[in-house]
Design a binder for this molecule. Structure first.
Ligand code: NAD
Ligand code: UDX
Length: 485
């Protein structure tokens, strides 16, 4: 029986290994992590991450051929294939701070593999890493290994949160990069590709050299984020001209060369990947002496920051240029629907922008706990991590947070006595809310600022709301109060 061990029981390691275990009952899969609360969560009835369909998959395999453990050394030591799925955040200090990937966790995982191995191994990069990382890992293993042989493969993960199980069960492609020019490298590529071939059609399994696989992941995320920044840039022009971004995106996306998916205008993209991976790409380009390429990709993040500040400025300017002391309901805090993940969520920047203008914010999200909201808003963001158009906000004291931020049990409680409702996550339940009931309980004029295009604008205007929806023709009210971005 082949044994797979995955280092890192996070948003990628957990679901990915659960699906491998589901599809390969003859393979023993162990997911290890240094965080004991995380492992305890995976071993409980309340999994540490919310992901539709994940509970079912874990229930089917846990205790059969899937386990979660903090005994990192033991399981890494005797595994045949070791996936490394640790976090690779943006460096916050030192060389490349604010751009380069912080490979501290990666390097310590690699050194640990070398220290504890009791057999030859295939080491799989599952984390998103800078191109050429495999070379660094090979060096660490070659210099510290005790006579065992290692094959390094790059097998980046393309799942999106909220649809992780669907993406893993039916991926657009699986990418395996390795040293196919050597017999051992080629055998390793075939072995890993063979694992996926148990459920993924052969024509969706792509094998490449190591550097192509590593770079493809960064490039794919950059292309995806670029689409959103493109549609968001056009949304600003729609508001200025009376065009409707939904109609424009539909017409543009009908061109088969462009395609209709991933063209929803929004308050900005969030999540742990897009910004981090583009910054990393920018840094790599600079390191290779390609400043023009670096600045091309940097613009994708600039437009995203612009979109978030544009939204905040629109809210404040529409409400007589001040939100001081006004209650503002924030519906949705997660970075997208169907996840409780708040990493880099645009809601943090929007809330901080509103709090900077002294608003009283009442937040409701079906999957984000109050403690998480408090942690996120108390966090001191780095300069490079803050939209430059927003006033830099001093770190909020615990007392300010208590005075200015509340977490509501539902959307109606959040909107009670509020001057405005801001929709920041496209949760399905926000489409079906009783907006008439909400309107009745709000201060007048009552505003809705829809950062996700989920409400029916005409219906809400009929109720009496002043409505702003990203990229949609503006209310006369809003036309009279142009937002300065
Ligand atoms: P995460 O923070 O949720 O999980 C990483 C886990 O690794 C943590 O639980 C941490 O405790 C553990 N860890 C760190 N160092 C360790 C060590 N030395 N030994 C054992 N455990 C260790 O991160 P994530 O969202 O799962 O992302 C992991 C990687 O996958 C990143 O490189 C990310 O860019 C990439 N990725 C993420 C997504 C996504 O949707 N989240 C999608 C594709 C790729
Ligand atoms: C992304 C990639 O899609 C995935 O392939 C990669 O493995 C990890 O990074 P994720 O960040 O989980 O996945 O979610 P995604 O669906 O890509 O959304 C990212 C952000 O973009 C979210 O904030 C989302 O709301 C926003 N978005 C997405 C838009 O604003 N408009 C769109 O049309 C699509």
């Amino acid at each position: 029986m082949v044994k797979i061990c995955c280092i890192g029981a996070g948003y990628v390691g957990g679901p990915t290994m659960a699906v491998i275990a589901l599809k390969c009952p003859d393979i023993e899969v162990v997911v290890v992590d240094i965080s004991s609360p995380r492992i305890a969560g995976w071993n409980s009835d309340r999994l540490p991450i919310y992901e539709p369909g994940l509970d079912d998959v874990v229930k089917q395999c846990r205790g059969r051929n899937l386990s979660f453990s903090t005994e990192v050394h033991r399981h890494v030591g005797d595994a045949d294939i070791v996936f490394v799925s640790v976090n690779t955040p943006t460096k916050t200090c030192g060389l490349g701070a604010g751009k380069a990937a912080d490979l501290t966790y990666w390097e310590s995982a690699a050194r640990m593999i070398a220290d504890v191995s009791v057999s030859d191994k295939i080491v799989v990069e599952k984390s998103t890493v800078p191109v050429k990382t495999a070379e660094a890992i090979e060096k660490i293993l070659a210099h510290n290994g005790r006579g065992f042989s290692y094959q390094i493969l790059s097998n980046p993960e393309f799942l999106a949160e909220g649809t992780a199980i669907r993406d893993l069960l039916s991926p657009d492609r699986v990418l395996v990069g390795g040293r196919r020019d050597t017999a051992a490298g080629s055998a390793a590529v075939d072995l890993l590709a063979g694992v996926y071939a148990r459920w993924v059609p052969q024509d969706r399994i792509i094998t490449t050299n190591l550097w192509s696989a590593e770079l493809s992941k960064l490039a794919a995320n950059a292309f995806l984020a670029q689409r959103i920044s493109s549609v968001n840039a056009v949304s600003a022009l729609c508001e200025a001209t009376g065009a409707d971004i939904a109609e424009v995106a539909h017409s543009v996306g009908k061109d088969a060369r462009i395609g209709s998916r991933f063209l929803s205008a929004s308050v900005g993209f969030g999540g742990s990947c897009f910004q981090k991976d583009i910054l990393n790409l920018v840094y790599i380009c600079e390191c290779y002496g390609l400043p023009e390429v670096a600045s091309y990709w940097r613009e994708v993040i600039r437009i995203n920051d612009y979109q978030k500040s544009r939204f905040v400025n629109r809210v404040v300017s529409s409400m007589f240029n001040t939100v001081a002391g006004k209650k503002v309901a924030v519906l949705g805090f997660a970075f997208k629907k169907d996840t409780g993940d708040t990493r880099e969520t645009p809601a943090i920047d929007v809330c901080k922008g509103l709090l900077g203008d002294k608003a009283v914010v009442s937040i409701y999200d079906p999957q984000v706990a109050g403690e998480q909201v408090a942690r996120d808003l108390a966090m001191n963001k780095f300069d490079w991590d803050h939209p430059r158009h927003l006033q830099p906000l001093e770190q909020l004291s615990a007392t300010d947070l208590e005075k200015q931020v509340a977490v509501a049990a539902d959307a109606y409680e959040a909107a009670k006595d509020a001057h405005a409702v801001c929709i920041l996550t496209e949760w399905d339940e926000f489409r079906g809310l009783d907006y008439r009931r909400m309107f009745q309980g709000m201060q007048k004029p009552a505003f809705v600022f829809d950062g996700r295009n989920v409400v029916e604008v005409a219906k809400l205007r009929e109720i009496g709301f002043v409505v702003y929806s990203i990229g949609k023709p503006l209310d006369d009210w809003l036309k009279d109060m142009p937002a300065v971005a």
